[in-house]
Design a binder for this molecule. Structure first.
Ligand code: TLP
Length: 346
């Protein structure tokens, strides 16, 4: 049976071109900065993002952690969304390893945080308070319907940060999905942030890796922090070679994933017993819900699994589906059919 795996875009396998690139990659010791393939990828990433420098790390989680640890000292505070990946799903790394204090404020359904909420969260100079140091944004916003944050919004947060002497980090795990959805050059979304990380191993289908981008001075510090975390790699070109192919060949096709996500959302909207707002679907992530307790989300996922379709259940009635390189329009139709059959059977 063919499996339609919509649990995440992290399940994507490297393309034949990536495997070929890995085979031929020129290698060296990257801790000595002597891996030519890694150096090339880092230069490409920095150029794409309009930053001076970049560094390869093993994961999006490590990318965000390297940035928060490099920007903040112990006891300093980070303002971030209550539905952000860094707050929810990164094992509390900033507190566990850096003694950094997360200050969460509400994420709106479109992934933004209100400027007035951010402003209110910035601490005054008072011996009782931690010092605010950093604001973190996420684009696209995973838990907020895969929404794309606009350049105008990001710039307004960056301006507020500057006014208060703060820094901005962008978790851009899916930044290229945002750029493709908004039809802008990705540089417009990164111009005014101090650091960003983006993933090779999600929609771009690379096997491993993320890049952290920023000023040369910041990346030198990030290189030290990465080493502290045990993330200094040797022949990292094995990973970087696939990453170069990902950047060269896999960005523009993300539009197809967005189209498939909308197709799925529209199909789900026509199924009795399921709820979705198709208008919210901007990129490759969709969330939908069971209307009533006819079955649990876990039961629905199990029934679908028997039909070869894999989804994530997130709460008792909530699901996530993510489209990617491994999913075709036919797979979407198959998923809609499988969902209709399961819903009719209960
Ligand atoms: N997200 C994964 C899971 O961890 C939930 C997924 O399947 O979506 N930032 C954002 C916005 C992410 O969505 C993720 C991964 C990360 C960072 C972390 O990346 P990795 O998994 O490479 O550490």
């Amino acid at each position: 049976m063919e499996i339609v795996d919509l649990r995440s875009d992290t399940v994507t396998l490297p393309t034949p071109a990536m495997r070929e690139a890995v085979y031929h990659a020129e290698l060296g010791d990257d801790v000595f900065c002597e891996d030519p393939t890694t150096n090339r990828l880092e230069q490409m990433a920095a150029e794409r993002m309009g930053k001076e420098a970049a560094i390869l790390v093993v994961s999006g989680t490590m990318g965000n952690l390297v940035c928060t640890l490099s920007h903040c000292a112990r006891g300093e505070e980070v303002i971030l969304g209550d539905r952000s990946h860094t707050f929810l799903y990164e094992s509390g790394g900033m507190s566990a390893l850096g003694g950094i204090h997360p200050h969460t404020i509400s994420n709106q359904p479109d992934g933004t945080m209100r400027l007035e909420d951010i402003k209110a969260a910035i601490r005054g100079d008072n011996v009782h308070f931690p010092r605010t140091r950093l604001i973190c944004l996420e684009n696209t916003h995973n838990r907020c319907n895969g929404s794309a944050l606009s350049a105008e919004y990001i710039d307004s947060v960056a301006a507020l940060a500057k006014e208060h002497g703060l820094l901005v980090h962008l978790d851009g795990a899916r930044i290229f999905n945002a750029a493709v959805a908004l039809e802008v050059d990705v540089k417009e979304l990164t111009a005014n942030v101090d650091s960003l990380s983006f993933c090779l191993s999600k929609g771009l289908s690379g096997p491993v890796g993320s890049l952290v981008c920023g000023s040369s001075k910041f990346i030198a510090e990030a290189r030290r922090t990465r080493k502290v975390l045990g993330g200094g790699m040797r022949q990292a070109g094995i990973i970087a070679a696939a990453g170069i192919t990902a950047l060269e060949e896999m960005v523009d096709r993300l539009a197809e994933d967005h189209k498939n996500a909308r197709r799925l959302a529209e199909g789900i909207a026509n199924i009795n017993g399921l709820s979705i707002e198709p208008a919210r679907v901007q990129t490759n992530i969709i969330y939908f819900e069971l209307d009533e307790n006819r079955m649990t989300a876990k039961e629905l996922v199990t029934e679908l699994d028997k039909k070869g379709v894999k989804l994530l259940s997130l709460a008792s009635r909530r699901f996530r589906a993510v489209t990617h390189y491994g999913i075709s329009a036919e797979d979407i139709d198959l998923t809609i059919k499988a969902l209709s059959e399961v819903m009719k059977a209960v």
